[in-house]
Each structure stands twice: as C-alpha cells, then as structure tokens.
Design a protein around this ligand. Sequence first.
Ligand SMILES: *Cc1c(COP(=O)(O)O)cnc(C)c1O
Length: 237
Amino acid sequence: MTDQRSAELADGLAAVRQRIENAAAAAGRDPGGVTLIVVTKFFPVTDLVTLADLGVTDIGESRDQEATEKMSAWPEVADRRPRPRVHFIGRLQTNKTASVARYADVVHSVDRDRLVDRLSAGADRAGRRLQVLVQVSLDDDSSRGGVTGDQAASLADAVAAAPGLDLRGLMAIPPLAADPAESYRRLRDLCDAVRRAHPEATWMSAGMSADLEQAVAAGATHLRVGSAILGSRPARR
Ligand SMILES: *Cc1c(COP(=O)(O)O)cnc(C)c1O
C-alpha cells in the first residue's frame, strides 16, 4: 500500500466523518447513532486493509464474486487484522445466496420471499446468523431492486420469522429523479411502521456520497458511502 493512497483514503474518510458530524449536529442527533459503511466495490482488498487501519469497521460490497475473492484474500493480505463487518448491498441473485451467507454479516438487499428462504437455508448451512434489511423501491420502479412500500411490511414479517435471519430494518436507494430529502422521509415512515410490528428493527440504511446529509436528517442509522472516500470507481473489470 502506497503512502499516497493511504493519505487519500484518510483525507476522504476525515471529510466524510466531518460531514456526518455536521449533519448530525444540524439534526440534533448523536453522531454515534450513525454507522458509516464504506462501500469498497471495484476497489482492491489492499484498500480495505488500509481502511481498517484507519478505523473503518464496516464495509459494503455489491457483487458476490468480487466480495468472495476479497474475503478469501483477506487473511493473507491483512496479516491478522480483524476483518471489518461485511455488508452485502447489491442486487442479489437467488443462486448467490449460499455464497453470500458464508461471508456477509448484513444483507441490505432482500426484496423477495425466495431470497428469504434461500438466505435462511444458507445461514443454517454456514452455521451463521445474518442481519437482514428489506430493500424498498421508493418510486415503485423496481429496476434497481426493492419491493414497493406496500409490500415492505409483509416481507419484513417473513424475514423476522425465518430461522437464522434477524430483521434489522429497511434499506433504499433514492430514485434518480426525486428529491432525496423527500424520498428519505418516506423511507423513515415505512421504517417506523415496520418497527411498530418488530421493535428490534431499528435500522434505516440510506444515504450515499451525494445525499448523506438528507439521510441523516431523516433519521438514517447506516450510511453507504463509496466515491466520496475512495474516489470515482475504476471501470468495471
Ligand atoms: C455503490 C453503492 C453505494 C455508494 O455510492 P456512492 O455514490 O459511491 O457513495 C451505496 N449504495 C449502494 C446500494 C451502492 O451500490
């Protein structure tokens, strides 16, 4: 790892942490109630190690194959550093659930019943428990994944009832054309409804590089920030 890359990541991280503090202060919230997930998709495992050295405890990955490669490389590259918690945040194909269940600590993108059954079976086989969020599509256009707001409650019930899975809350990617503040307020309302039925489901996963302030203002507990820390993503391999 070059000192230059390390300095770049330290700067990006410091800037984002400052933004979170400012947004929390503006919202009258404790910044400790906001978990930063650094989205490392498309970046090498050496960047993950550098981030761990900078105090990052949570990383996000969106493609199973890439995440599997990084996690299997981790023990050798990381030289005994504890592995950060891994959040799977990408669209999940049914045939990848067994693999994801082996390394992910949290899955943010559950958006159909079939995934609930498969992840539950995968967790059982791997002897693990998975923290799960239901992904909601806030404009009811599911092209980027997510159930409609109407379907969120029943899918949340299914997750809560599934062996090996712990329902933690809801996740959303804001619709491209919409005002993120408004989208995140809508997500907040859906989260509150789910929490009334499942008091343990306290998480709201929302907020990316461009809109983390609006997400914090709406009550997000988990931010997924990539490019503001790592720089723009290299072209897909
Ligand atoms: C890539 C990605 C992010 C991070 O986006 P940035 O704009 O780079 O911060 C957040 N959430 C999901 C689901 C992603 O795929």
